[in-house]
Design a protein around this ligand. Sequence first.
Ligand code: B12
Ligand code: SF4
Length: 517
Amino acid sequence: MGFMKKLRILFCTPPYHPYHLADEKVYIVEPLQFEVLSSLLDKQKFDIDVLDLRLERRQGALEKKLGSFHPDIFVMNCWTLHLNLVREALQKVKAFDSNIITLVGGEHTRINPTDLAITQTDLIWMGEGYQGFYELMNYLHAGDNEYRQLNGLAYQEDGAFISNGQTVVDPNFDLDTLPFPDRSITKRYHQKYYHLWWKPIVAMRTAMGCPARCSFCNLWKVNVGKYLGWSPEYIVDYLSTLEEPYVLFVDDHCFGDVERSFALGEALLKSGLNKQYCLYSRADTITENPELIELWAAAGLKRVRMGLESYSDETLSNMNKHASIDHSTKAIKILQKHGVLTEGLFQIGVDYTPENFQGMLKYIREQKIEVPNITVSTPMPGTVEYTMQKDQIIYNEPEYFDFQHAVMETTLDIKTFCHEYSMLMIRAQRPPQEQIRLMGLRKFITKMPNFWRYFWSLRTSYKHYLPENRVDSGTKKGTDLEFLPWVKNDQNLEPKRQKELKTIERLYQTEMAGTHS
Ligand code: B12
Ligand code: SF4
């Protein structure tokens, strides 16, 4: 591997799977991960292009792009639900030209990289890309095998994957030294990105990590549980470069550091940027800091995606949520007081009976939650719940892990469960007059057909639960791809690195159960 010419890099998002339910009916947000990675690269050495297969849905779009751009390096990101789609894309790339270097990173490679250790993958990146990725690409450009030393990388060699182990961002690393995300690579798609009725929308990360430890989530494991953030000045400077009126802060928990959140709110207010913001926050932080919402509302905060999860304290406690229904209720009131919409993120259990569906509906209606977003409780690989419930999983194909399919046996028969789920989603919506007031008549009319398609896809999703896909069917077809052995390259490590790897392994230890085997 290695070239002295300018290398062509193609960043590619996974396409949709027919089982995906919300997706383009509800949102398509820019692939910030690629803009970040591109920003780190020396443009004298690389020509960069992006193929967003969520938008390029014509048959053969990937092959067409391979033909016209003919990349030297093909880069994809992979979340759990994307596994089969990514494997399929890599097969196509290698079939087109086996000399193209294939590189995969993203959420799932952090959780269980061995699921991508197939012959069609050359390199797997396991962690954040802010450090190390730049070196990797420069080594590839120079044809220098030194890349094999990089932390966070697994590479294919002699029929095996040699893994140097995960990488995390150094807690002393100054994030403000990073360049702004390179949005020039996604320019032709900018007008097409949206989130609910906000279009065009920009995605920005202001922090990573989460101080909480919910049992169904693995985001807190990112960077071994440390919370790291960019400075308010950096954030405002970047936002000032953007034309889009709407901004989605994609942080796991944007208000994870309260002092910093106040400083950022002040900076946004002072900037006079006049943008509208949506962010993720825990309810307890809002309840304990109502003045934060007052400040942010004045600065342009319009929507908060808040993990409320349940209407029952017992369930919240089982999730290790460390927040109560009282927190949820108070937080909703605080947001309402300041004209900020609550996007309540809830989870229904696979053990739900009609009474439970009613219970959740009652809570959502009583609280007048403006944007209810209801998912199905799922033991995601990499989480504590996965460790506890993996033996109960009956549908373990990656596509089911989208928080909208029941991967375990449901108490209700599956058709009734999907019916109840879709009806809950419909009934939980606010009355049309109110929605029109919130989004405006035009947006309401244009968005409604998509929302109906969404509800309908939920209702008919029982068709996805094919008997032959059950793990106990005995007829389930495994993948015919060749998986390569995974060899840990942990000799002669410096003590600091040894310690780091031990901490990471301790965090992920028992959850590292492959989904391909
Ligand atoms: C914004 C977002 C979206 C956007 C899309 C954004 C996008 N990039 O495509 C929208 C709203 C559309 C969306 C939809 C969904 N999402 Co989402 N989303 C997020 C969110 C909040 C932020 C992602 C992000 O942009 N982060 C910022 C970037 C810079 O970080 P990053 O992606 O981690 O990338 C860094 C590294 O991982 C690395 N990296 C990433 N890729 C690669 C590739 C290479 C080669 C290298 C070297 C490095 C590298 O470099 C980057 C910089 O360090 C995350 C949760 C979170 N806070 O992370 C969930 C998350 C990714 N989503 C998730 C899910 C499940 C979904 C949905 C299924 C939800 C649903 N039911 O509809 C859909 C699926 C859509 C689809 N079919 O692809 C899960 C995935 C879980 C998992 N284990 O796979 C997450 C983790 C949330 C969670 N609760 O766990 N999502
Ligand atoms: S608060 Fe949110 S991001 Fe933090 S651990 Fe819980 S679910 Fe994950």
